[in-house]
Design a protein around this ligand. Structure first.
Ligand code: NAP
Ligand code: MG
Length: 497
C-alpha cells in the first residue's frame, strides 16, 4: 500500500518528542536535553522535534565507536558477515523506500518523483555495491630484493571515522559516507545536517533492525558549530569525511591538525556546461535543464555556467528559458512537482541576494528571478532563472549560488571556452555537448574537473569515482577509489632465514 503524507506525519518515528539520536545501539535524548525543530520547506511547518547533539553527545558517540572498533563487535565479524549486514541494510532501504522517499521529500523539499526514483534506490545500491567490496580488500605480496624476506601488505581500517554531511541529498550522502567506511571495517559517528536529520535517523533504525553490532554506527544530529566542530576536532577520531561548503571544508582541515586526522572533502563547485553547435540540440537543452534545475540547483556538481557557442546562443537561451518557465513548481510531496522549494529561508535569501547582485552588475534574467505567488506557494520557492548578458568576472559567474540560477555565456573557439571554463577556484564537474567524438575527448582532457559528462549530466553510480580538483576538495568518493580513503596500508616483513 502506498504511503501518504499523513501516514508519515502520524508515524511513531515522527511523533516521538523528540526524535532521538543513536549512540551505542540505544536511542537517547541529548545530554543537555536540548532539541531543535526540522521544517518542511514547502510550507515552513514543523515536521518534528529532534534531539540536539552537543559536545557531550559527540564524546559519548566517539567512545562507543572506539569500543566497537577496538574490542568489539565489528572487527570480530568475518568479512562475509559484515558484507551480509550491508546487503541486508540495502534490502531494508528498498522495503521502506516509499516511506523514506516521502520523508526525504518532506524534510528537504525535493520532488517526490526524484526522491523515489533516484535518492532512495541509489542509497540502497550504494550499500549493495560496497557489500561486495568487504570480501575483496586484498593486500599484495611484494618481490623485494632483500634476500630471504617474505613481504606483504595488509589493508587495514583507519578506526573511528567522523562523517559530516549536508542537506541537499540527506539519505544519499549518508549512504555515500557510511557504506565505504563500514565496508573497510571502520566504525562511524555521523552528523546529519541540521535542516534534514530525519532520513539519516530513520536509516539508523534500519541499521539496528539489520543487526549491526552496537556502537558501529552512531548518529548524532545537531548544529555545525557545536556537534560538527567537536567531531572535527575530536582527538580520538581518526578521520573526517566531509561534504558541504568550501568555507566549512577549510575549517574541518584546520580542526584536523590537533591529532593529524585524515580528511576527505567534497566541496562546492561552479561547473561549466559547454554546448557546441554540432550537439544534438534537444538532448543538450534537456541536459542543461537537468544540470542546473535538478534538486532546485542545490547540487554540488550543478552546471551553473552554461557556455553556448555564439552561432546557436540565441536559440539555446530562448528554448532553455521557455522550458524553465514551464516547469511545474510546487511542494515536493506533490507527484506533479518538477521544482520544489529551496531548503530554508536562509538559502532563499542567499539566492535572492545573488539574483539582485546579478541585476546590479548588469546581467539580465531572461526568465525567472522572482519568488512565485506567495498565496499559492508560501514556502521558500524561487523561480528557475536564466541570466543573459553575463561576463566571466561578474560575481554570479564566479561564486557558487546553490540554487536554480544559471548564467549563460557565449563562446567562439575550443581553446577559448576551455580556458574560460578552467578559470575558477573550483573544479568539481563539467559537461560537454557535441556529436564529434574527437572534440568530446579533446575538451574533456582540457577541463580541470573531477568528473566530466559528455552528452549527459548529473549521472552518478556507486562504481564511478567522484570528487574535486582544486578547491572542490580532496579525495574521491564511490568506486574503488574511495577504499584508499578508508583504509591504511601495513607492510609486513618476515625473515624466512
Ligand atoms: P555547510 O555549512 O558547509 O554544512 C555542511 C555540514 O557541515 C552540515 O552538517 C553542517 O552542520 C556542518 N558544519 C557547519 N559548520 C561546521 C563546523 N564549523 N564544523 C563542523 N561541521 C560544520 O553548508 P550549508 O550551510 O548547509 O550550505 C552553505 C553553502 O554550502 C551552500 O549554499 C552551498 O554553496 C554549499 N553546499 C555545498 C554542498 C555540496 O554538496 N558540495 C552541500 C551543501 C551546501 P549544520 O547543517 O548543522 O550547520
Ligand atoms: Mg527540514
Amino acid at each position: 500500500m502506498a504511503v501518504g503524507v499523513s501516514d508519515i506525519l502520524q508515524s511513531a518515528f515522527l511523533t516521538q518528542h523528540p526524535v532521538k539520536m543513536l549512540i551505542k545501539g540505544q536511542w537517547v535524548e541529548s545530554a543537555s536535553g536540548k532539541t531543535f525543530e526540522t521544517f518542511d520547506p514547502s510550507s515552513g511547518r514543523v515536521l518534528a522535534t529532534v534531539a540536539e547533539g552537543g559536545q557531550e553527545d559527540i564524546d559519548r558517540a566517539v567512545r562507543a565507536a572506539r569500543k566497537a572498533f577496538e574490542s568489539g563487535g565489528w572487527s570480530r565479524l568475518t568479512p562475509s558477515q559484515r558484507g551480509r549486514l550491508l546487503w541486508k541494510l540495502a534490502d531494508l532501504i528498498e522495503q521502506n523506500a516509499d516511506e523514506l522517499a516521502l520523508l526525504e521529500s518532506l524534510d528537504n523539499g525535493k520532488p517526490i518523483r526524484y526522491a523515489r526514483s533516484i535518492d532512495i534506490p541509489q542509497a540502497a545500491d550504494h550499500f549493495r555495491y560496497f557489500a561486495g567490496w568487504v570480501t575483496k580488500l586484498e593486500g599484495n605480496t611484494i618481490p623485494v630484493s632483500v634476500p630471504n624476506m617474505f613481504t606483504y601488505t595488509l589493508r587495514e581500517p583507519l578506526g573511528v571515522v567522523g562523517q559530516i554531511i549536508p542537506w541537499n541529498f540527506p539519505l544519499q550522502m549518508a549512504a555515500w559516507k557510511l557504506a565505504p567506511a563500514l565496508a573497510c571495517g571502520n566504525t562511524v559517528v555521523l552528523k546529519p545536517a541540521e535542516q534534514t536529520p530525519l532520513t539519516a535517523l530513520r536509516l539508523g533504525e534500519l541499521i539496528c533492525e539489520a543487526g549491526f553490532p552496537r556502537g558501529v554506527v552512531n548518529i548524532v544530529p545537531g548544529f555545525g558549530d557545536t556537534a560538527g566542530a567537536t567531531l572535527a576536532a575530536h582527538p580520538d577520531v581518526d578521520k573526517i569525511a566531509f561534504t558541504g561548503s568550501t568555507e566549512v571544508g577549510k575549517k574541518i582541515l584546520q580542526a584536523s591538525v590537533g591529532n593529524l586526522k585524515k580528511v576527505t572533502l567534497e566541496l562546492g563547485g561552479k561547473s561549466p556546461n559547454i554546448i557546441f553547435p554540432d550537439a544534438d540540440m534537444k538532448l543538450a537543452i534537456r541536459g542543461a535543464m537537468n544540470a542546473i534545475f535538478f534538486n532546485q540547483g542545490q547540487v554540488c556538481t550543478a552546471g551553473s555556467r552554461l557556455f553556448v557557442h555564439t552561432s546557436i546562443y540565441d536559440q539555446v537561451i530562448s528554448e532553455l528559458s521557455k522550458a524553465a518557465s514551464n516547469m511545474k513548481i510546487g511542494a515536493g510531496a506533490d507527484p506533479a512537482t518538477e521544482l520544489g522549494p529551496l531548503i530554508s529561508p536562509e538559502q532563499l535569501e542567499r539566492v535572492k541576494h545573488y539574483i539582485e547582485l546579478g541585476r546590479s552588475e548588469g546581467a539580465v534574467p531572461v526568465t525567472g528571478g522572482q519568488r512565485p505567488e506567495r498565496e499559492q506557494l508560501p514556502g521558500y520557492f524561487i523561480q528557475p532563472t536564466v541570466f543573459d548578458k553575463v561576463h566571466d568576472q561578474m560575481t554570479i559567474a564566479r561564486e557558487e549560488i546553490f540554487g536554480p540560477v544559471v548564467v549563460a555565456l557565449p563562446f567562439d573557439t575550443i581553446e577559448e571556452v576551455t580556458t574560460r571554463a578552467n578559470r575558477s577556484m573550483y573544479g568539481l564537474a563539467a559537461g560537454v555537448w557535441t556529436t564529434d567524438v574527437k572534440k568530446a575527448h579533446e575538451v574533456s582532457a582540457a577541463l580541470k574537473a573531477g568528473v566530466v559528462w559528455i552528452n549527459t549530466y548529473n549521472v552518478f553510480d556507486a562504481a564511478a569515482p567522484m570528487g574535486g580538483y582544486k578547491q572542490s576538495g580532496y579525495g574521491r568518493e564511490m568506486g574503488h577509489a574511495v577504499l584508499d580513503a578508508y583504509t591504511q596500508l601495513k607492510t609486513v616483513w618476515v625473515n624466512l632465514w
